[in-house]
Design a protein around this ligand. Structure first.
Ligand code: SAM
Ligand code: SF4
Length: 434
């Protein structure tokens, strides 16, 4: 395959120049990046991916936590700790009240955006609607995203109406024989049903969709190319593609050893995948989870990642109780506070912002603002305002002092009346954003 794909340094330079103009790459260009082997040229690719991320989003890194609602599942995905045939799993589905309790605890820690994660079980849309509605009404959480099984247009409409931000669903693998082998029973066995999920979500009014493949199920080069091809098809059809691309990498789970697929993705290749997503779709949010180790995650801030989960638990009731049956083993056990400290020490800005969802910057509009390169102004100011709120409500001791120094410095060099907005937050105003 590589023989036919042009990976000459001059070709790669042209591709990097195109991404640096914040233009979306075509599939032939993506193939050249995927096939590139030259280590020295890869260093230039990483540098450009970081520069493109800075051009689009500036120094901010958005932080959030997953909230697992249930591990009772009708499917039997070989790799997942929640699979139906896992007899060792301790099963639990959160009641509406329990979901609110966990969300409140996370809000007390400073989170304002959560990703609800649901296995596929009988409770369905009525349950999800009630949970979303109650968390918005009863906690300080401002935006809920959702990773849940594919649904029909009517169900998606109801989810959109109750205020879900991003609907996220991973194709797992686009390689049909591998998909069939890994998903033998339950609704998820239907490959086509999953493949069409984003079309149904968009038809129902979702403009922010989150996509991904589970890296390590099949040859990452093939799956990354297929995911970008799928994204480009959506973009052509609707004028916008994915709002986020996630990079879930296969981890061991109860009774499942991740290397058994024969397609384990190395750290080196993982860094490349993050950079390829950033360069292929410059405007996209590239999301890294706590599946990865702390050291690797800290590096990925500089190769194109723009969003990270932090302080995550991957079992229902995990925040209250500690872990029972985790979906998979997490690699980064740091708390939100510790991740915030680290991001600041790296010269970047942690962000708990939810402004775009409140201001209707979504879909095609979001893409245009990011491609013009103006999003980073919103991102910087909103990140700082969200941090100021976090300082007032959560931070204590040395962390509070360090954050206040940083905020005053950033405020002093700002021309947008940021200091005035900081004072409003000190006086008790909340959700201040532009
Ligand atoms: N049940 C829904 C589904 O399968 O689409 C959504 C929730 S599922 C808990 C979220 C994602 O976790 C899956 O799409 C899969 O990519 C990922 N996942 C499952 N098992 C994993 C493992 N062992 N390591 C890493 N990620 C895993
Ligand atoms: Fe169920 Fe999703 Fe796990 Fe498959 S990946 S077993 S559908 S929770």
């Amino acid at each position: 395959m590589n023989n036919k794909i042009n990976t000459d340094p001059s070709r790669i330079r042209d591709i990097l120049a195109k991404s640096s103009q914040l233009e979306v790459l075509n599939l032939s260009e993506v193939s050249s990046l995927i096939a590139l082997r030259d280590r020295d040229v890869w260093d230039q690719v990483f540098e450009t991916a970081h520069r493109v991320k800075q051009m689009v989003y500036g120094k901010r890194v958005v932080l959030f936590a997953p909230l697992y609602l249930s591990n009772e599942c009708v499917n039997d995905c070989i790799y997942c700790g929640f699979r139906k045939s896992n007899r060792d799993a301790v099963r639990k589905s959160l009641s509406k009240e329990e979901a609110v309790t966990e969300a409140s605890l996370l809000a007390e820690r400073g989170y304002r955006r959560l990703l609800l994660v649901a296995s596929e079980h009988s409770a369905g849309i009525d349950y999800l609607e009630k949970v979303v509605d109650s968390i918005y009404k009863e906690t300080k959480i401002r935006i809920l995203h959702l990773n849940a099984a594919p649904m029909g247009v009517e169900e998606f409409r109801r989810l959109k109406e109750c205020g879900v931000g991003v609907y996220q669903c991973f194709q797992e693998t686009y390689h049909i024989p591998t998909y069939r082998f890994l998903h033998k029973s339950g609704p998820k066995a239907d490959y086509q049903l999953r493949l069409g999920v984003m079309d149904r979500a968009v038809e129902a009014g979702f403009e922010d969709i989150g996509m991904g493949v589970l890296l390590g199920l099949y040859d990452w080069r093939w799956d990354v190319g297929a995911l970008i091809a799928h994204s480009l098809r959506l973009m052509k059809k609707y004028g916008f593609g994915p709002h986020t691309l996630s990079v879930p990498r296969l981890q061991p789970s109860q009774g499942f050893d991740a290397v058994s697929t024969g397609y384990a993705v190395s750290d080196d290749d993982f860094r490349k995948i993050v950079a390829i997503f950033r360069l292929a779709l410059p405007y996209v949010g590239v999301v890294v989870s706590t599946r990865e180790s702390a050291d690797l995650r800290d590096e990925l801030f500089f190769t194109g990642a723009s969003q990270m989960s932090a302080g995550s638990k991957t079992s229902p009731w995990g925040y209250i109780n500690g872990d029972d049956t985790e979906q998979f083993e997490t690699g980064d056990k740091r708390s939100l506070n510790e991740v915030i400290d680290k991001i600041i020490s790296l010269g970047l800005i942690p962000s708990l912002c939810t402004a775009c969802y409140r201001e209707g910057r979504s879909g095609e509009r979001f893409r245009h603002i990011t491609e013009e390169g103006t999003m980073k102004r919103f991102c910087r100011e909103n990140a700082l305002l969200s941090l100021k709120e976090y300082v007032e409500d959560q931070a204590v001791g040395d962390r509070r002092d360090a954050l206040l120094r940083m905020l005053e410095h950033e405020g002093a060099v700002s021309t947008n009346g940021l200091i005035e907005k900081f004072r409003q937050i000190e006086q008790g105003k909340r959700d201040v954003h532009i």
